[in-house]
Design a protein around this ligand. Sequence first.
Ligand code: ASP
Ligand code: MG
Length: 466
Amino acid sequence: MKIVMKFGGTSVGDGKKIRHVAELAKSYFDKGDQVVLVASALAGVTDELLEIACVGCEHGKVTAVTEFIASLKTKHFAAVNDAIDDKEIKAGVIEFLTSRIDELEKALIGICYLGELTARSRDNISSYGERLAAPIVSGSISSLGVSSKYYTGGEAGIITTDVFGGAKPLQKSYDSINSRLTPGLENSIQVVTGFIGENEEGNITTLGRSGSDYTASILGVGIKADEIWLWKEVDGIMTTNPKIVPSARTIQYISYQEAMELSSLGAEVLHPRAIEPSMKHHIPVRVKSTFKPDFDGTLVISENKKSKNVVKAVSMIKKISLINISGAEMVGYIGKVAGIFSILAENNVGVRLISQGSESSISFIVNETDRAKTVKYLKAALGDSYNIDFRSDIAVVAVVGAGMAGTPGVARRVFTALGNENINIIMISQGSSEYNISCVVCSNDVNKAVSALHFEFELDKPDGNN
Ligand code: ASP
Ligand code: MG
């Protein structure tokens, strides 16, 4: 099989973990699979890079930069020591990392003196996490006796738009990925940095936070992979959070669309953006655990296999606020809703759920961190003729599954299950895809609601299709 495997920051958190990753990749290569490996930055490093870039910029603290660089060096050199046995390979990787770290130090000191951090330099700085991690992974593989080559996203052919911090691949990337990575696949493991690409001028761009899954998906399309594997520290996509419901199971098959709905409704296993390229090209995405390599995990595919349980998973969103706008002025006023949402868009507020109860009121959910500015800007723009209230003691519980579409009685089961637990429903939303029903409940009730719905749809019992 031709596989793109992605390992996140926790999986490559230190030298021992990197060695485990290298051994895993080698085991598949030895079995005859062709492997492109995508590596994220060591856990926490991207955050640290972004933070030090700000400190340097806002406070011009050169000493903070020097201290940071020293600790970054220690961390990565320790990882090299634990991940790579072969002396020559080790020395080569140390030399390579030393020059990268020197470059980074100069860039950070430059920012201290300039007191300016552009979006382009922020991307450049934050790219170093991956550019330091992936060479160690590649060295670790070579040290196990398998030939391996290291590429930055740009070197691997990912050419992107100019949107620093949220770049997207240009169409021509796919051919260039194929011509750069495919020839070496027979006899080596190709290791590519996650999260980064290059614009047409050759400047480093990043694909958005947690962008390494996206990288894997893009490369998978480029090399026409049979599957894309996202290795995580969980067994796959679960029927719900096992910390809340211990009998939660791994879902065997889920469609891209179900997985996307689930992610946007709080299950943080996959970013919708990350599955988009694979979805378009029908490349299955597997979510697997580094702790249990022999376990198949979850396969995300095009087909909507309807499960007999109807619902496939229960998710929830916490740390959100409900905003309610009401007033007689809303009735019959065409364009009012558009006006409200453009105020939110102008102020960079994302809306997570919407419900319009009647023409005279509209309710929606935003992240709690956006609540204050949402209320402030709406009040300023809409004036006194509207009531604008909010509630922050709430959470969303959602049931998701393709089996719900066209099946009567699902909503009744949801409401009865919640009612039997004495849980009050504050707001309801169902998209016309019918792949989810979402209810806003009191945050005190949300765990109970998740358990009740998991039980109602018997999600602890496998039913063949999920
Ligand atoms: N290292 C990047 C981040 O932390 C990308 C990733 O982890 O996927 O956002
Ligand atoms: Mg990360």
